[in-house]
Design a protein around this ligand. Structure first.
Ligand code: DGL
Length: 268
């Protein structure tokens, strides 16, 4: 029987933080990754536009044989998960539910901060997911739109990033939160800089590990002993993707292809 890959998509390189964890925990699985680098960022775009892009991305992965799709983009997951589950014949996993569940288990004082793109924060998806688990938990949210661009620029060590993160987080820090959810898959790349600013008393939660654990429950053990393959696709700018992705994953990004997604895949 032909091995079918796990499909992962994001608006750009952020989903590689999820790829990395899945690759670590599922060494024998084939993985196909799509980064929508032509249309990044998704954060400031309308829910309908993000939904359309997400459906296109997921259909592309399905057409390329994916047996399961991981929506490694919080902005997509916050608006498109339900639709994707309705229209696609394979299981779909998002990042929000696993991240919310993990944050709920980590907090000691019941005060959780969420940072994400404008779209994710506007959707209130994390707040709903957390309150569903424990209605007593207080949630404080902050949209941090510039952080995605800093990561896409490769500026995770740059002093400008530190200034911007400091500015974004100051309101949340005043709320006595003890847990901060990195509610955008780009943000774990800034984890060191964020950790330096918030200090050791605030635990940082990134959903990548929780997503991989979730996946474990859904995938039977593969019958092969051989290492799984990787395939990377982007919708633009493959050289820049290769350069940043190589640094993030510390491995060769091959094979990498550019694709144009069909307009007919838009949903009404
Ligand atoms: N990495 C994404 C997320 O988790 C999207 C960032 C963007 O495209 O704005 O939300």
């Amino acid at each position: 029987m032909k091995k079918q890959p796990i499909g992962i998509f994001d608006s750009g390189i952020g989903g590689l933080t999820v790829f990395k964890e899945i690759r670590k925990q599922f060494p024998q699985e084939d993985i196909i990754y799509f980064g929508d680098t032509a249309r990044v960022p998704y954060g400031p775009k309308s829910p309908q536009t993000v939904l359309n892009y997400s459906v296109q991305n997921a259909r592309f992965l399905l057409q390329n044989g994916a047996k399961i799709i991981v929506v490694a983009c919080n902005t997509s997951a916050s608006v498109a998960l339900q639709k994707l589950r309705e229209i696609l014949p394979i299981p779909i996993i998002g990042v929000i539910q696993p991240g919310a569940a993990h944050a709920t288990s980590v907090t000691q004082n019941g005060k959780i901060g969420i940072i994400g793109t404008e779209g994710t924060i506007r959707s209130d998806a994390y707040s709903h997911a957390i309150k569903n688990i424990d209605p007593k938990i207080q949630v404080f949210s902050k949209a941090c739109p510039l952080l995605v661009s800093l990561v896409e620029e490769g500026w995770e060590e740059h002093q400008i990033s530190e200034l911007i993160i400091r500015e974004y987080l100051q309101d949340l820090q005043q709320q006595d939160i003890d847990t901060l959810v990195l509610g955008c898959t780009h943000y774990p790349i800034l984890k060191k800089a964020i950790g330096k600013i918030v200090g050791k008393n605030i635990k940082l939660v990134d959903s990548a590990e929780a997503v991989a654990a979730n996946l474990k429950e859904m995938l039977p053990n593969p019958e092969t002993e051989t290492d799984g393959s990787n395939k990377f696709y982007v919708s633009d700018n493959e050289d820049k993707f290769r350069q940043i992705a190589t640094r993030i994953l510390n491995r060769e990004i091959e094979p990498l292809h550019r694709v144009t997604l069909g307009e007919s895949w838009f949903v009404e």
